[in-house]
Design a protein around this ligand. Structure first.
Ligand SMILES: [Zn+2]
Ligand SMILES: [Zn+2]
Length: 492
């Protein structure tokens, strides 16, 4: 048993030392099976320590110096090899025997919504139980989690709901993620405050994580003060524009009273709501002639499904979003401005190319919303239309792959084309005291190009044939002052 004198623990033949050494080496052998790196490390430690001590206290009796150096070098080499094979630094393959455990954890994590840190903790525990609870293998558990988190992010853990709350001729949209994060986009008219608040309360919600007032028209921010007073509010998003109405003042006062702050999201930026990701598409300019174009436009991505919430954005904003090159494609489009003919240009609709459209509109409203031309475009493309005037509250559910609705689609019936005598829907929207100049009644929709001299009544005007980017909007917002001589006005 001469070799024993080289092994720490056996060199002095002390019984207690030997017992301890045997237990120690057995556990390092077990460790080798679980993680080669960790096992080698702990196996090398005693050799390293004792050979180092031998070198320091060297005397000739215990053998040649070169052998001591060799032992030390060998121990050091194994120690380093062990460290290099640690699961989170080296390319170790200790996990190969654990694939079964990991995949079962993944299914468990997928069934279990919640913070990304929760599955992590669970995995650690389960691994430990499975591997007879040796704390030294904890590093193993860590290495496998990053892969798992990315997989969780790709596949949503439950159903997200979008409630298009029936508030008549107004907007109010509630988004609820499976992990109970809540966002409210607009809150209906002043008179709808209670409807919106009780609708949200009925769902058992007490906090609105993100509250969006798309633009300061009454039919969008009217009930916002009631919402702010009734719920715990996280963030408030509103565009950088004010309005002189009492409605707007009420909202500002409610925000102030709660000590909250308004932020204006930057186009192109993104933010999260649970597992849903929102991208801001508009407003892209700092001033518009029409308040509707200040509308905050958001696209929500949830798994493979997407929703585009267009507020009351009109032609000008739609043209800007296209010009910016945003990925407008979405499965569901909340049609801009209640289906009015100053929104949903063919170009915009083609870019979004939705399967479903939702129109928030009041039955028998005085604006003729939704406009027959808008409905015609939707019908031609075979887009299924859900509308609050016919369907009441529309609830869309997404599991990250498919979208389902609580009701069957509505009709393609639209309001009459009022031609030249029809007032532009925007200024008649109960709100006359805009700081922005309201477009004049009878304002025509015209088209122009950045470099062009004049404006055009028809987008199909022959002089525009070679223009790539054709801008459009009410005449009051058109930067060109001369009408084109080729196309003459024939009514919108
Ligand atoms: Zn509006
Ligand atoms: Zn509106």
């Amino acid at each position: 048993m001469a070799f024993l004198r080289f092994i720490p623990g056996f060199r002095t033949q002390g019984k207690l030392k030997m017992t301890f050494a045997v237990l120690y080496y057995i556990s390092t052998l077990l460790l080798l099976f679980i993680s080669r790196g960790v096992g080698l490390f702990f196996l090398a430690v005693p050799f390293f320590v004792f050979s180092l001590l031998d070198l320091i206290r060297y005397n000739k009796k215990s053998g040649p110096f070169s052998r001591k150096v060799l032992t030390f070098a060998l121990a050091l080499f194994v120690l380093i090899a062990g460290i290099a094979n640690f699961p989170d630094t080296g390319p170790s393959k200790p996990g190969s025997s654990k694939t079964g455990t990991v995949s079962s954890n993944q299914t468990a994590a997928a069934d279990q919504p919640g913070e990304k840190t929760q599955p992590t903790a669970t995995n650690g525990d389960e691994n430990n139980k499975g591997q007879e609870g040796d704390k030294k293998e904890a590093p193993d558990a860590k290495t496998e989690q990053p892969q798992e988190n990315t997989r969780d992010a790709a596949k949503p853990s439950g159903s997200l709901e979008v409630h298009f709350i029936d508030v008549g001729q107004a907007d109010s949209i509630l988004v609820r993620t499976p992990d109970k994060k809540t966002m409210l986009i607009d809150a209906g008219n002043n008179a709808d405050g209670n409807t919106v608040v009780s609708y949200i309360k009925k769902l058992g919600i007490d906090k609105v994580d993100i509250l969006v007032g798309t633009h300061p028209h009454e039919d969008h921010i009217g009930g916002m003060d009631s919402v702010i007073n009734s719920f715990d509010i996280g963030k408030i998003f509103m565009p950088k524009v004010s309005n002189t109405t009492k409605t707007f003042e009420d909202v500002l006062n409610a925000i102030k009273k709660k000590g909250l702050k308004i932020s204006s999201p930057v186009p192109g930026s993104t933010f999260g709501l649970g597992e849903a990701v929102f991208t801001v598409f508009a407003p892209n300019s700092s001033s518009y002639g029409n308040l509707n174009n200040y509308s905050i436009v958001l696209k929500m991505q949830y798994g493979d499904t997407s929703f585009l919430f267009a507020g009351d954005a009109e032609v000008v904003s739609e043209s800007e979003m296209i010009a910016k090159g945003y990925d407008l494609k979405a499965d569901v489009l909340k049609i801009g401005h209640h289906g009015g003919n100053t929104s949903t240009t063919q170009a915009f609709l083609d870019k979004v190319n939705p399967k479903y459209a939702v129109i928030m509109v009041g039955a028998g409203n005085s604006y003729g919303h939704p406009h027959s031309s808008t409905m015609g475009k939707l019908k031609t493309k075979g887009i299924k239309v859900y509308r609050t005037d016919e369907n009441g509250t529309v609830v869309a559910k997404s599991d990250g792959k498919n979208i389902t609705f609580n009701t069957s689609p509505g009709s393609y019936a639209g309001g009459e084309d009022r031609g030249t005598n029809s007032p532009d829907p925007a200024p008649s929207e109960k709100n006359t005291e805009n700081t922005a100049t309201p477009s004049a009644p009878g304002d025509k929709i015209v088209y122009w190009t950045q470099g062009g001299k004049s404006y055009h009544y028809s987008k199909n005007c022959s002089t525009l044939a070679r223009s790539k980017t054709i801008l459009g909007g009410p005449l009051s917002e058109c930067p060109k002052s001369d009408p084109c001589d080729v196309c003459t006005y024939q009514g919108n």
